[in-house]
Design a protein around this ligand. Sequence first.
Ligand SMILES: Cc1cc2nc3c(=O)[nH]c(=O)nc-3n(C[C@H](O)[C@H](O)[C@H](O)COP(=O)(O)OP(=O)(O)OC[C@H]3O[C@@H](n4cnc5c(N)ncnc54)[C@H](O)[C@@H]3O)c2cc1C
Length: 411
Amino acid sequence: MEKIVVIGGGISGFAAAIESKTNDNEVIILEKENSPLKKLLITGNGKCNYFNEDFTKKHYYSSNKSFIENIITEENKIKVLNFFTSIGIIPEIKNGYYYPYSNQAITIKNALLKEAKIKGIEILLNNPVTKITKQNDKFIVKTKEKIIEANKVIISAGSKAYPKTGSDGSGYTLCEQFNHTIIKVLPALVQLKGEGSYFKTLSGIRSKVKASLLENDKIIKEEVGEVQFTNFGLSGICIFNLSGLASKGLYEKKQIKIKLNFLYNLGLTKEEEFLEFLNQQEKLLKKRTISDILDSLLNYKLTNYILKKLNINNDTLLENLSNSKRQAIAKELLEFTINIAGTNSFENAQTCEGGVSTLELNNKTLESNIVKGLYFTGEIIDIYGDCGGYNIGFAILSAILVGESIRGNHD
Ligand SMILES: Cc1cc2nc3c(=O)[nH]c(=O)nc-3n(C[C@H](O)[C@H](O)[C@H](O)COP(=O)(O)OP(=O)(O)OC[C@H]3O[C@@H](n4cnc5c(N)ncnc54)[C@H](O)[C@@H]3O)c2cc1C
Protein backbone atom coordinates (compact mmCIF):
# COMPACT_ATOMS: atom_id res chain seq x y z
CA MET A 1 0.00 0.00 0.00
CA GLU A 2 1.35 3.42 -0.99
CA LYS A 3 2.13 5.73 1.93
CA ILE A 4 1.82 9.51 1.57
CA VAL A 5 3.20 11.90 4.16
CA VAL A 6 1.91 15.48 4.32
CA ILE A 7 4.21 17.88 6.17
CA GLY A 8 2.12 20.58 7.84
CA GLY A 9 -1.41 20.46 9.19
CA GLY A 10 -2.53 23.84 7.87
CA ILE A 11 -5.37 24.35 5.43
CA SER A 12 -3.39 23.32 2.33
CA GLY A 13 -1.98 20.24 4.12
CA PHE A 14 -5.43 19.07 5.20
CA ALA A 15 -6.91 19.68 1.76
CA ALA A 16 -3.97 17.85 0.13
CA ALA A 17 -4.42 14.88 2.48
CA ILE A 18 -8.18 14.74 1.80
CA GLU A 19 -7.70 15.06 -1.96
CA SER A 20 -4.93 12.44 -2.06
CA LYS A 21 -6.63 9.76 0.05
CA THR A 22 -8.04 6.72 -1.71
CA ASN A 23 -9.06 3.28 -0.45
CA ASP A 24 -5.68 2.01 -1.59
CA ASN A 25 -3.31 4.37 0.16
CA GLU A 26 -2.34 5.52 3.63
CA VAL A 27 -2.12 9.27 4.30
CA ILE A 28 -0.45 10.79 7.37
CA ILE A 29 -0.28 14.48 8.31
CA LEU A 30 2.75 15.48 10.39
CA GLU A 31 2.14 18.74 12.25
CA LYS A 32 4.74 20.40 14.45
CA GLU A 33 2.28 22.23 16.72
CA ASN A 34 0.08 20.76 19.44
CA SER A 35 -3.03 21.59 17.43
CA PRO A 36 -3.66 21.76 13.67
CA LEU A 37 -5.02 24.60 11.52
CA LYS A 38 -3.95 27.38 13.88
CA LYS A 39 -3.61 29.99 11.12
CA LEU A 40 -6.98 29.15 9.62
CA LEU A 41 -8.69 30.09 12.89
CA ILE A 42 -7.45 33.71 12.77
CA THR A 43 -8.23 34.32 9.10
CA GLY A 44 -10.67 37.07 8.16
CA ASN A 45 -10.74 38.23 11.81
CA GLY A 46 -11.98 34.80 12.86
CA LYS A 47 -14.63 34.68 10.12
CA CYS A 48 -12.42 33.21 7.37
CA ASN A 49 -12.84 34.83 3.99
CA TYR A 50 -12.03 31.64 2.11
CA PHE A 51 -12.61 32.49 -1.55
CA ASN A 52 -13.40 35.28 -3.97
CA GLU A 53 -15.75 35.31 -6.93
CA ASP A 54 -13.13 37.32 -8.87
CA PHE A 55 -10.70 34.38 -8.96
CA THR A 56 -8.48 35.88 -11.67
CA LYS A 57 -4.75 36.15 -12.28
CA LYS A 58 -4.62 39.91 -11.61
CA HIS A 59 -4.93 39.14 -7.87
CA TYR A 60 -1.88 36.84 -7.77
CA TYR A 61 1.88 37.48 -7.66
CA SER A 62 4.92 35.31 -8.42
CA SER A 63 8.34 35.79 -9.94
CA ASN A 64 7.06 33.41 -12.66
CA LYS A 65 3.83 34.97 -14.00
CA SER A 66 3.16 32.25 -16.59
CA PHE A 67 2.72 29.70 -13.80
CA ILE A 68 -0.16 31.78 -12.43
CA GLU A 69 -1.75 32.01 -15.88
CA ASN A 70 -1.70 28.22 -16.14
CA ILE A 71 -3.45 27.50 -12.88
CA ILE A 72 -5.76 30.44 -12.11
CA THR A 73 -8.47 29.40 -14.57
CA GLU A 74 -12.29 29.16 -14.65
CA GLU A 75 -12.05 25.37 -14.60
CA ASN A 76 -9.91 25.42 -11.45
CA LYS A 77 -12.20 28.00 -9.81
CA ILE A 78 -15.05 25.47 -10.02
CA LYS A 79 -12.83 22.76 -8.53
CA VAL A 80 -12.05 24.94 -5.49
CA LEU A 81 -15.72 25.77 -4.91
CA ASN A 82 -16.63 22.07 -5.29
CA PHE A 83 -14.05 21.19 -2.66
CA PHE A 84 -15.72 23.45 -0.09
CA THR A 85 -19.15 22.04 -0.99
CA SER A 86 -17.78 18.49 -0.69
CA ILE A 87 -16.72 19.06 2.93
CA GLY A 88 -20.04 20.66 3.86
CA ILE A 89 -19.27 24.39 3.75
CA ILE A 90 -22.30 26.58 2.97
CA PRO A 91 -21.13 30.00 1.77
CA GLU A 92 -22.31 33.45 2.64
CA ILE A 93 -21.18 35.66 -0.25
CA LYS A 94 -20.75 39.37 0.47
CA ASN A 95 -19.79 41.43 -2.63
CA GLY A 96 -18.04 38.39 -4.07
CA TYR A 97 -16.19 37.53 -0.82
CA TYR A 98 -16.96 34.01 0.45
CA TYR A 99 -17.36 33.26 4.19
CA PRO A 100 -18.79 30.19 5.87
CA TYR A 101 -22.50 30.86 6.50
CA SER A 102 -21.81 30.56 10.25
CA ASN A 103 -19.29 33.43 9.87
CA GLN A 104 -16.81 31.40 11.91
CA ALA A 105 -13.45 30.05 10.77
CA ILE A 106 -13.89 27.16 13.17
CA THR A 107 -16.66 25.81 10.90
CA ILE A 108 -14.03 25.20 8.22
CA LYS A 109 -11.56 23.73 10.73
CA ASN A 110 -14.20 21.30 12.01
CA ALA A 111 -15.26 20.35 8.47
CA LEU A 112 -11.64 19.55 7.51
CA LEU A 113 -11.08 17.52 10.69
CA LYS A 114 -14.33 15.57 10.16
CA GLU A 115 -13.56 14.82 6.50
CA ALA A 116 -10.02 13.71 7.42
CA LYS A 117 -11.43 11.44 10.13
CA ILE A 118 -14.06 9.90 7.84
CA LYS A 119 -11.40 9.23 5.22
CA GLY A 120 -9.09 7.59 7.76
CA ILE A 121 -6.28 10.13 7.55
CA GLU A 122 -3.85 9.90 10.46
CA ILE A 123 -2.84 13.17 12.13
CA LEU A 124 0.31 13.23 14.25
CA LEU A 125 0.66 16.43 16.29
CA ASN A 126 3.83 17.68 18.05
CA ASN A 127 5.88 16.19 15.21
CA PRO A 128 8.07 18.83 13.56
CA VAL A 129 9.78 17.37 10.51
CA THR A 130 13.49 18.09 10.63
CA LYS A 131 14.86 16.12 7.70
CA ILE A 132 13.71 14.32 4.54
CA THR A 133 15.91 12.16 2.36
CA LYS A 134 15.16 9.82 -0.54
CA GLN A 135 16.74 6.36 -0.78
CA ASN A 136 15.81 3.76 -3.42
CA ASP A 137 12.48 5.36 -4.38
CA LYS A 138 11.45 5.77 -0.72
CA PHE A 139 11.37 9.00 1.26
CA ILE A 140 12.67 8.86 4.83
CA VAL A 141 10.92 11.55 6.88
CA LYS A 142 12.42 12.36 10.28
CA THR A 143 10.55 14.16 13.04
CA LYS A 144 11.63 14.79 16.62
CA GLU A 145 10.03 11.47 17.61
CA LYS A 146 9.71 9.30 14.53
CA ILE A 147 11.22 8.08 11.32
CA ILE A 148 8.58 7.37 8.68
CA GLU A 149 9.04 5.83 5.25
CA ALA A 150 6.85 7.17 2.46
CA ASN A 151 6.34 6.73 -1.27
CA LYS A 152 5.27 10.35 -1.73
CA VAL A 153 5.77 13.52 0.31
CA ILE A 154 3.73 16.72 0.17
CA ILE A 155 5.38 19.77 1.73
CA SER A 156 2.59 22.04 3.05
CA ALA A 157 4.59 23.76 5.79
CA GLY A 158 3.48 27.37 5.17
CA SER A 159 5.87 30.32 5.01
CA LYS A 160 7.41 32.64 7.62
CA ALA A 161 4.20 34.63 8.04
CA TYR A 162 2.66 34.68 11.54
CA PRO A 163 5.20 32.22 13.02
CA LYS A 164 3.20 31.84 16.22
CA THR A 165 0.73 29.73 14.19
CA GLY A 166 3.55 27.25 13.45
CA SER A 167 4.45 28.63 10.05
CA ASP A 168 8.04 29.49 10.99
CA GLY A 169 9.98 28.97 7.76
CA SER A 170 11.32 25.52 8.67
CA GLY A 171 9.63 24.16 5.53
CA TYR A 172 12.08 26.06 3.31
CA THR A 173 15.00 24.18 4.88
CA LEU A 174 13.30 20.89 3.97
CA CYS A 175 12.91 22.06 0.34
CA GLU A 176 16.56 23.12 0.20
CA GLN A 177 17.54 19.60 1.31
CA PHE A 178 16.32 18.56 -2.16
CA ASN A 179 18.13 21.45 -3.89
CA HIS A 180 14.97 23.43 -4.53
CA THR A 181 15.54 27.14 -5.09
CA ILE A 182 13.87 29.46 -2.59
CA ILE A 183 13.04 32.88 -4.06
CA LYS A 184 13.85 35.49 -1.39
CA VAL A 185 11.10 35.31 1.25
CA LEU A 186 9.76 38.71 2.40
CA PRO A 187 6.70 39.83 4.39
CA ALA A 188 3.55 40.51 2.30
CA LEU A 189 0.01 41.62 3.17
CA VAL A 190 1.57 43.68 5.94
CA GLN A 191 1.68 47.26 7.26
CA LEU A 192 4.16 49.76 5.76
CA LYS A 193 6.52 51.94 7.79
CA GLY A 194 6.85 55.58 6.71
CA GLU A 195 9.83 57.92 6.98
CA GLY A 196 9.42 60.92 9.25
CA SER A 197 7.95 61.70 12.64
CA TYR A 198 4.56 63.04 11.49
CA PHE A 199 2.77 59.67 11.79
CA LYS A 200 2.26 60.17 15.54
CA THR A 201 0.17 63.25 14.66
CA LEU A 202 -1.87 61.45 12.02
CA SER A 203 -2.26 58.13 13.85
CA GLY A 204 -5.85 56.90 13.95
CA ILE A 205 -7.00 58.66 10.76
CA ARG A 206 -8.95 56.47 8.33
CA SER A 207 -9.70 57.77 4.87
CA LYS A 208 -11.07 56.47 1.58
CA VAL A 209 -8.31 56.92 -0.99
CA LYS A 210 -6.69 55.85 -4.18
CA ALA A 211 -3.23 54.62 -3.10
CA SER A 212 -0.45 54.41 -5.69
CA LEU A 213 2.76 52.46 -5.14
CA LEU A 214 5.78 54.10 -6.79
CA GLU A 215 9.07 52.35 -7.41
CA ASN A 216 11.82 54.85 -8.30
CA ASP A 217 9.03 57.39 -9.01
CA LYS A 218 7.15 55.10 -11.42
CA ILE A 219 3.65 53.90 -10.49
CA ILE A 220 3.64 50.09 -10.40
CA LYS A 221 0.30 49.37 -8.73
CA GLU A 222 -2.80 51.23 -7.60
CA GLU A 223 -5.53 50.30 -5.14
CA VAL A 224 -8.73 52.01 -4.06
CA GLY A 225 -9.89 51.52 -0.47
CA GLU A 226 -9.55 52.68 3.10
CA VAL A 227 -6.12 53.67 4.37
CA GLN A 228 -5.37 53.80 8.10
CA PHE A 229 -2.60 55.97 9.51
CA THR A 230 -0.75 54.31 12.39
CA ASN A 231 1.92 55.74 14.65
CA PHE A 232 4.60 54.29 12.36
CA GLY A 233 3.05 54.43 8.88
CA LEU A 234 0.15 52.98 6.94
CA SER A 235 -2.23 50.07 7.23
CA GLY A 236 -5.52 48.95 5.67
CA ILE A 237 -6.44 46.44 2.98
CA CYS A 238 -5.39 48.72 0.10
CA ILE A 239 -1.95 49.10 1.72
CA PHE A 240 -1.69 45.35 2.39
CA ASN A 241 -2.34 44.72 -1.29
CA LEU A 242 0.59 46.99 -2.22
CA SER A 243 2.91 45.71 0.50
CA GLY A 244 4.36 42.60 -1.19
CA LEU A 245 5.61 44.64 -4.14
CA ALA A 246 6.86 47.32 -1.71
CA SER A 247 8.75 44.62 0.24
CA LYS A 248 10.36 43.37 -2.95
CA GLY A 249 11.27 46.87 -4.16
CA LEU A 250 12.86 47.77 -0.81
CA TYR A 251 14.82 44.51 -0.82
CA GLU A 252 16.09 45.43 -4.30
CA LYS A 253 17.17 48.82 -2.88
CA LYS A 254 14.60 50.75 -4.93
CA GLN A 255 13.06 53.95 -3.65
CA ILE A 256 9.51 53.17 -2.58
CA LYS A 257 6.77 55.79 -2.13
CA ILE A 258 3.04 55.71 -1.58
CA LYS A 259 0.92 58.53 -3.01
CA LEU A 260 -2.59 59.02 -1.66
CA ASN A 261 -5.44 60.82 -3.40
CA PHE A 262 -7.95 61.71 -0.67
CA LEU A 263 -10.47 63.06 -3.21
CA TYR A 264 -10.59 60.11 -5.61
CA ASN A 265 -14.11 59.14 -4.57
CA LEU A 266 -15.25 62.71 -5.30
CA GLY A 267 -13.97 62.21 -8.85
CA LEU A 268 -11.11 64.70 -8.42
CA THR A 269 -7.78 63.55 -9.81
CA LYS A 270 -6.21 66.67 -11.40
CA GLU A 271 -5.07 69.98 -9.92
CA GLU A 272 -7.39 72.03 -12.17
CA GLU A 273 -10.38 69.96 -11.04
CA PHE A 274 -9.63 70.73 -7.40
CA LEU A 275 -9.11 74.44 -8.18
CA GLU A 276 -12.48 74.50 -9.95
CA PHE A 277 -14.03 72.75 -6.91
CA LEU A 278 -12.61 75.52 -4.65
CA ASN A 279 -14.00 78.20 -6.99
CA GLN A 280 -17.44 76.65 -6.81
CA GLN A 281 -17.32 76.44 -3.02
CA GLU A 282 -16.20 80.08 -2.88
CA LYS A 283 -19.20 81.14 -4.95
CA LEU A 284 -21.61 78.99 -2.98
CA LEU A 285 -20.40 79.67 0.56
CA LYS A 286 -19.56 83.09 1.98
CA LYS A 287 -17.04 83.87 4.73
CA ARG A 288 -15.68 80.34 4.88
CA THR A 289 -12.11 79.66 5.95
CA ILE A 290 -9.88 77.16 4.18
CA SER A 291 -10.10 75.06 7.34
CA ASP A 292 -13.94 75.00 7.01
CA ILE A 293 -13.60 73.79 3.42
CA LEU A 294 -10.98 71.10 4.12
CA ASP A 295 -12.76 69.85 7.25
CA SER A 296 -15.74 69.01 5.02
CA LEU A 297 -13.45 66.64 3.10
CA LEU A 298 -10.87 65.33 5.55
CA ASN A 299 -10.29 64.24 9.11
CA TYR A 300 -9.61 67.48 11.06
CA LYS A 301 -6.15 66.16 12.11
CA LEU A 302 -5.20 65.89 8.45
CA THR A 303 -6.51 69.39 7.69
CA ASN A 304 -4.44 70.81 10.54
CA TYR A 305 -1.34 68.87 9.51
CA ILE A 306 -1.54 69.92 5.84
CA LEU A 307 -2.22 73.60 6.58
CA LYS A 308 0.63 73.73 9.11
CA LYS A 309 2.98 72.03 6.65
CA LEU A 310 2.10 74.64 3.99
CA ASN A 311 2.35 77.56 6.42
CA ILE A 312 -1.28 78.50 5.87
CA ASN A 313 -3.29 79.93 8.75
CA ASN A 314 -6.43 77.84 9.39
CA ASP A 315 -8.51 81.04 9.61
CA THR A 316 -7.54 82.31 6.15
CA LEU A 317 -10.73 83.13 4.28
CA LEU A 318 -11.06 81.18 1.05
CA GLU A 319 -11.48 84.41 -0.92
CA ASN A 320 -8.08 85.57 0.39
CA LEU A 321 -6.24 82.36 -0.45
CA SER A 322 -3.67 82.87 -3.23
CA ASN A 323 -3.55 80.71 -6.32
CA SER A 324 -0.15 79.26 -5.39
CA LYS A 325 -1.48 78.20 -1.94
CA ARG A 326 -4.51 76.61 -3.64
CA GLN A 327 -2.15 74.68 -5.91
CA ALA A 328 -0.05 73.58 -2.95
CA ILE A 329 -3.18 72.29 -1.15
CA ALA A 330 -4.25 70.47 -4.34
CA LYS A 331 -0.92 68.65 -4.40
CA GLU A 332 -1.30 67.50 -0.78
CA LEU A 333 -4.86 66.29 -1.28
CA LEU A 334 -4.35 64.57 -4.62
CA GLU A 335 -0.76 63.36 -4.22
CA PHE A 336 0.01 63.10 -0.51
CA THR A 337 3.43 61.45 -0.69
CA ILE A 338 4.92 59.10 1.90
CA ASN A 339 8.46 57.77 1.63
CA ILE A 340 8.42 54.12 2.69
CA ALA A 341 11.22 53.02 5.01
CA GLY A 342 10.23 49.37 5.45
CA THR A 343 7.47 46.92 6.21
CA ASN A 344 6.33 45.42 9.46
CA SER A 345 7.88 42.05 10.27
CA PHE A 346 6.88 38.46 9.47
CA GLU A 347 5.14 38.43 12.89
CA ASN A 348 2.48 40.75 11.43
CA ALA A 349 2.43 39.53 7.83
CA GLN A 350 -0.54 37.53 6.50
CA THR A 351 1.59 35.86 3.85
CA CYS A 352 4.98 36.04 2.13
CA GLU A 353 6.41 37.24 -1.14
CA GLY A 354 8.79 34.56 -2.52
CA GLY A 355 9.13 30.85 -1.67
CA VAL A 356 9.78 27.64 -3.60
CA SER A 357 10.53 28.59 -7.21
CA THR A 358 7.70 27.56 -9.54
CA LEU A 359 10.26 27.13 -12.33
CA GLU A 360 11.15 23.84 -10.63
CA LEU A 361 7.54 22.59 -10.36
CA ASN A 362 5.24 20.87 -12.84
CA ASN A 363 2.58 23.49 -13.63
CA LYS A 364 -0.29 20.99 -13.67
CA THR A 365 0.56 18.79 -10.67
CA LEU A 366 2.90 20.90 -8.48
CA GLU A 367 5.24 17.92 -8.36
CA SER A 368 8.93 18.70 -8.10
CA ASN A 369 10.84 18.57 -11.39
CA ILE A 370 13.92 17.69 -9.31
CA VAL A 371 12.63 14.84 -7.13
CA LYS A 372 9.88 12.51 -8.33
CA GLY A 373 7.10 11.99 -5.77
CA LEU A 374 7.77 15.27 -3.94
CA TYR A 375 4.91 17.84 -4.05
CA PHE A 376 4.22 21.31 -2.64
CA THR A 377 1.06 23.13 -1.63
CA GLY A 378 0.02 26.54 -0.31
CA GLU A 379 2.01 29.39 1.05
CA ILE A 380 5.43 27.72 0.76
CA ILE A 381 5.27 28.16 -3.03
CA ASP A 382 6.39 31.42 -4.67
CA ILE A 383 2.79 32.55 -5.27
CA TYR A 384 0.61 34.76 -3.11
CA GLY A 385 -2.61 36.65 -3.58
CA ASP A 386 -4.33 39.86 -2.52
CA CYS A 387 -6.46 40.11 0.60
CA GLY A 388 -9.96 38.81 -0.06
CA GLY A 389 -9.88 35.00 0.02
CA TYR A 390 -7.18 34.64 -2.63
CA ASN A 391 -4.61 32.93 -0.41
CA ILE A 392 -6.89 30.24 0.96
CA GLY A 393 -8.26 29.90 -2.58
CA PHE A 394 -4.76 29.15 -3.84
CA ALA A 395 -3.97 26.87 -0.85
CA ILE A 396 -6.99 24.71 -1.77
CA LEU A 397 -6.33 24.80 -5.50
CA SER A 398 -2.73 23.67 -5.05
CA ALA A 399 -3.94 20.81 -2.83
CA ILE A 400 -6.52 19.75 -5.44
CA LEU A 401 -3.91 19.67 -8.22
CA VAL A 402 -1.56 17.58 -6.06
CA GLY A 403 -4.43 15.24 -5.11
CA GLU A 404 -5.41 14.75 -8.77
CA SER A 405 -1.85 13.79 -9.60
CA ILE A 406 -1.48 11.40 -6.66
CA ARG A 407 -4.82 9.72 -7.41
CA GLY A 408 -3.79 9.48 -11.06
CA ASN A 409 -6.62 11.87 -12.03
CA HIS A 410 -9.35 9.46 -10.98
CA ASP A 411 -11.11 8.41 -7.80
C1 LIG B 1 -3.96 37.10 10.44
C2 LIG B 1 -4.18 36.39 9.12
C3 LIG B 1 -5.38 36.55 8.46
C4 LIG B 1 -5.57 35.91 7.23
N1 LIG B 1 -6.79 36.03 6.61
C5 LIG B 1 -7.02 35.40 5.43
C6 LIG B 1 -8.30 35.44 4.82
O1 LIG B 1 -9.28 35.94 5.36
N2 LIG B 1 -8.42 34.85 3.59
C7 LIG B 1 -7.37 34.20 2.97
O2 LIG B 1 -7.54 33.70 1.85
N3 LIG B 1 -6.16 34.12 3.55
C8 LIG B 1 -5.96 34.68 4.77
N4 LIG B 1 -4.73 34.56 5.37
C9 LIG B 1 -3.68 33.77 4.70
C10 LIG B 1 -3.97 32.26 4.88
O3 LIG B 1 -4.24 31.98 6.22
C11 LIG B 1 -2.78 31.41 4.42
O4 LIG B 1 -2.43 31.76 3.11
C12 LIG B 1 -3.09 29.92 4.49
O5 LIG B 1 -3.37 29.55 5.81
C13 LIG B 1 -1.90 29.11 3.96
O6 LIG B 1 -2.13 27.75 4.22
P1 LIG B 1 -0.90 26.73 4.29
O7 LIG B 1 -1.51 25.43 4.63
O8 LIG B 1 -0.09 26.84 3.07
O9 LIG B 1 0.01 27.25 5.48
P2 LIG B 1 -0.28 27.37 7.05
O10 LIG B 1 -1.72 27.64 7.30
O11 LIG B 1 0.71 28.35 7.57
O12 LIG B 1 0.04 25.93 7.62
C14 LIG B 1 1.34 25.41 7.66
C15 LIG B 1 1.40 24.35 8.75
O13 LIG B 1 2.64 23.65 8.66
C16 LIG B 1 3.15 23.44 9.97
N5 LIG B 1 4.60 23.27 9.86
C17 LIG B 1 5.52 24.20 9.53
N6 LIG B 1 6.75 23.67 9.50
C18 LIG B 1 6.61 22.35 9.83
C19 LIG B 1 7.51 21.27 9.98
N7 LIG B 1 8.82 21.43 9.79
N8 LIG B 1 7.03 20.06 10.35
C20 LIG B 1 5.68 19.87 10.57
N9 LIG B 1 4.78 20.88 10.43
C21 LIG B 1 5.24 22.10 10.06
C22 LIG B 1 2.72 24.68 10.72
O14 LIG B 1 2.72 24.48 12.12
C23 LIG B 1 1.32 24.93 10.15
O15 LIG B 1 0.33 24.25 10.89
C24 LIG B 1 -4.53 35.15 6.62
C25 LIG B 1 -3.32 34.98 7.31
C26 LIG B 1 -3.15 35.59 8.55
C27 LIG B 1 -1.85 35.39 9.29
